[in-house]
Design a protein around this ligand. Structure first.
Ligand SMILES: Nc1ncnc2c1ncn2[C@@H]1O[C@H](COP(=O)(O)OP(=O)(O)OP(=O)(O)O)[C@@H](O)[C@H]1O
Length: 467
């Protein structure tokens, strides 16, 4: 039997026709990945099943002996408003369908329809219920204003409100089975976030990471789907793919923006159908892993340029977590620096260095193109040469040297001057720059001079001329 993809969603099917009960249970397992199905052939048992179980979806036959579906429907809706009822009827009657929907049924199907259609409807119900749960959780967080964070987030150092909203969002979607897209510049901590998602989710399987950037289409299929023995020259043994390795857990597809168009088609099919074929095999396997995709690229513009499929983009982005770059969360720099210095001190077996006054000002004015990974490397590099006492500013010379470019890199999309405004004179612009540098450097002339890329005597002279 397949692993249940939706452990939180138990489905009750009530129909006096036992062969229909069996066939529809099979179809739900096959197409929806749900094997948590309660079969009920006697309508007098429905209410007791609902009272005792964790049922979220009811498939209800309209015409049954004892109590009919249209008698049960209003009772279920009244007592269990969170349950979605899908009506299945032997007859295709518009009036009856309209009546059921008016009474609160989620959908109406005729038994002669293809089982896939009914299964699709169940998938929609689940999606609808997942969104409801997500909304409730988000509302809860907002009402409480702040929540006690899951321990999974303890490794992610941040006091930034956007990061904390992301943590809350992740907790609220922790049990959803839909894909999650994590975006953000290189080094912002996307993989760390994927690990936190894995820890907050109730899944028992591993987090399996695959960097899809270097994979051509054949390698992509082989890596993800595995192969049958003899599938191609050199395939001496059958090999399990990463999807199977991630069974019951999460498959992280890193660098998804670099996936070739051919592989995008395969991934889309996998997400749509929940099935895949190992290379060389004509027996499909079901995917029992949740998908997380991550990228530092702007997928939206790749989609606009035709380099990323529209349909795949929206499939992957059902849940979206965007991690802001470090330069947009300067309040995290001090904490992160301390965190990495502590880690480095442990690693090099040295006393923890104290942070010189002024270093944070320099760092807060740096654009960090490599984000947190870059700050981590700086801290480790500085600690590696550190002797004792205060950390040497020289260790951060690389940043200091690049300071004059800092503000231009920091906000590339923002013009320095509005096109409509009159240009300031050179003297006025220079004075404004000097004032801003002094403000950022907390009036420390030596630091302000470094920010401006001039010597301290030159700055001092300018300041005197400004008075
Ligand atoms: N908020 C954070 N707190 C502590 N460490 C962090 C944080 N964010 C990132 N890191 C560390 O920074 C480094 C880079 O993070 P990670 O590999 O998750 O980035 P990424 O966004 O996945 O990068 P890439 O796009 O290049 O794959 C790792 O060593 C990670 O542990």
């Amino acid at each position: 039997m397949n692993t249940n993809l939706y452990p939180g969603f138990q489905v009750l099917i009530c129909d006096d026709d036992t062969s229909f009960l069996r066939s529809i249970s099979f179809a739900i397992e096959r197409y929806c990945g749900i094997n948590n199905v309660v079969q009920c052939s006697d309508s007098t048992d429905v209410m007791s099943h609902l009272a005792s179980g964790n049922i979220r979806v009811v498939l209800l036959d309209l015409n049954m002996p004892h109590i009919s579906g249209d008698e049960l429907l209003p009772k279920i809706i009244e007592l269990y408003p969170y349950i979605s009822v899908v009506i299945i009827s032997g007859i295709n009657q518009v009036e009856s369908a309209v009546q059921c929907i008016k009474l609160g049924a989620y959908d109406y199907h005729v038994k002669t329809e293809e089982p896939e259609r009914l299964s699709n409807s169940i998938m929609q119900v689940i999606r609808y219920q997942e969104l409801n749960l997500e909304n409730q959780a988000m509302r809860g967080y907002m009402l409480e204003n702040q929540s006690a964070l899951h321990p999974a987030f303890a490794k992610i150092i941040s006091i930034n409100h956007q990061m904390h909203s992301a943590f809350n969002y992740i907790e609220s979607i922790s049990n959803s089975q839909q894909p999650i897209l994590i975006t953000g510049e290189s080094g912002v901590g996307k993989e760390l976030i994927a690990r936190a998602i894995h820890e907050t989710s109730s899944c028992s399987g591993e987090l399996v990471c695959v960097n899809v950037a270097g994979l051509d289409d054949n390698l992509f299929s082989d890596t993800l789907f595995g192969h049958k023995k003899g599938a191609f020259t050199g395939a001496d043994q059958a090999r399990k793919g990463m999807i199977e390795k991630a069974s019951g857990g999460i498959l992280l597809l890193d660098e998804i923006g670099d996936l070739s168009l051919a592989s995008q088609v395969k991934l889309l099919r996998l997400l749509q159908e929940g099935e895949y074929y190992p290379v060389g095999s004509d027996t499909p396997k079901r995917i029992n892993a949740r998908i997380i995709a991550a990228t530092h690229q702007d997928l939206h513009s790749k989609k606009e340029d035709g380099q990323f499929r529209n349909d795949l983009y929206y499939r992957l982005k059902i849940h979206h977590v965007n991690i802001p770059p470090l330069r947009e969360r300067k309040e995290d720099i001090a904490l992160l620096l301390e965190h990495f210095l502590t880690l480095a001190a442990d690693e090099f077996d040295k006393e923890l260095a104290s942070i010189p006054a002024g270093l944070l000002v320099l760092l807060e004015n740096y654009s960090f193109p490599g984000n947190i990974r870059e700050l981590r490397a700086m801290a480790f590099d500085a600690m590696s040469t550190h002797q004792s006492g205060e950390l040497s500013m020289k260790a951060f010379k690389g940043i200091i040297d690049s300071m004059p470019d800092v503000n231009i890199h920091a906000q590339p999309e923002k013009p320095l001057f509005e096109a409509s405004s009159t240009l300031p004179t050179l003297k006025k612009a220079a004075d404004l720059l000097v004032k801003e540098a002094m403000k950022r450097a907390n009036s420390n002339q030596s630091l302000a001079a470094q920010l401006l890329g001039i010597s301290q005597p030159a700055l001092s002279k300018r300041l005197k001329n400004m008075q």
